[in-house]
Write a protein that binds this ligand. Structure first.
Ligand code: 5GP
Length: 205
């Protein structure tokens, strides 16, 4: 089993504005068969966001119908809106041997880990809360009230970071990206060694 071919499932969580999307973009540029999960959300699009590219934008009713029809692998409510991972797309990519990357809340990442125990969970934290506030203000996509609500949520999320496999402080994009790549390298090595060890034992029977 070639190391570079081993598909992984990675959940990156952390407060809004911490830079999960930017880190994921960098990491993805180094992967061959990798795909970022496209979530469904009841939040309206912001800026240049496109339906089917950044998110599947649906109404709250539609989201609830998707939950009832068991079409959602995991979901969470964040600052008054639903966010969830459509199940079918994950199953299809897993079957096709893709690595899957997900940018989801803490509750979502822990639910994915339960459903897919091979998932690697990485928590990305800001250097401090002031830095997070500045990043959200600089991004300029949210009203001051929404920024306050996202910062309140951030404290709650950081308190759950010990439940993750890895904890990184996103101080510098290059260093964080390198750290995620090292995590993937080691995790692939572990999975590969495990598979080879099991195969070697089985051959003796
Ligand atoms: P935003 O509104 O900034 O795009 O996303 C808000 C939060 O929702 C972020 O922390 C993001 O990681 C999370 N999120 C996005 N998609 C999903 C999803 O499918 N499931 C869960 N649980 N969280 C998600």
């Amino acid at each position: 089993m070639a190391l570079e071919k081993k598909p992984v499932v990675v959940c990156i969580s952390g407060p809004s504005g911490v830079g999960k999307g930017t880190v994921l973009k960098e990491v993805l540029s180094q992967e061959d068969r990798a795909w970022v999960s496209i979530s469904a959300t009841s939040r309206p699009p912001r800026g240049q966001e496109e339906h089917g590219v950044d998110y599947y934008f649906v109404s709250k009713d539609e989201f609830q119908q998707m939950i009832a029809a068991d079409q959602i692998l995991e979901y969470d409510e964040f600052c008054g809106n639903y966010y969830g991972t459509p199940r079918a797309q994950i199953e299809a990519r897993l079957d096709a041997g893709y690595s899957i990357f997900m940018d989801i809340t803490v509750k979502g990442a822990l639910a994915v880990k339960k459903a897919l125990p091979q998932a690697i969970t990485i928590f990305l934290a800001p250097p401090n809360l002031q830095e997070l506030r500045s990043r959200l203000e600089f991004r300029d996509t949210e009203s001051p009230e929404k920024i306050t609500s996202r910062l309140a949520q951030a404290k709650q999320e950081i308190s759950q970071a010990p439940q993750f496999d890895y904890f990184l402080i996103n101080e510098c994009l290059e260093e964080t990206t390198a750290a995620v790549e090292q995590i993937l390298y080691v995790e692939r090595l572990r999975a590969c060694r495990r598979a080879l060890a099991i195969q070697a034992i089985l051959e003796k029977f």
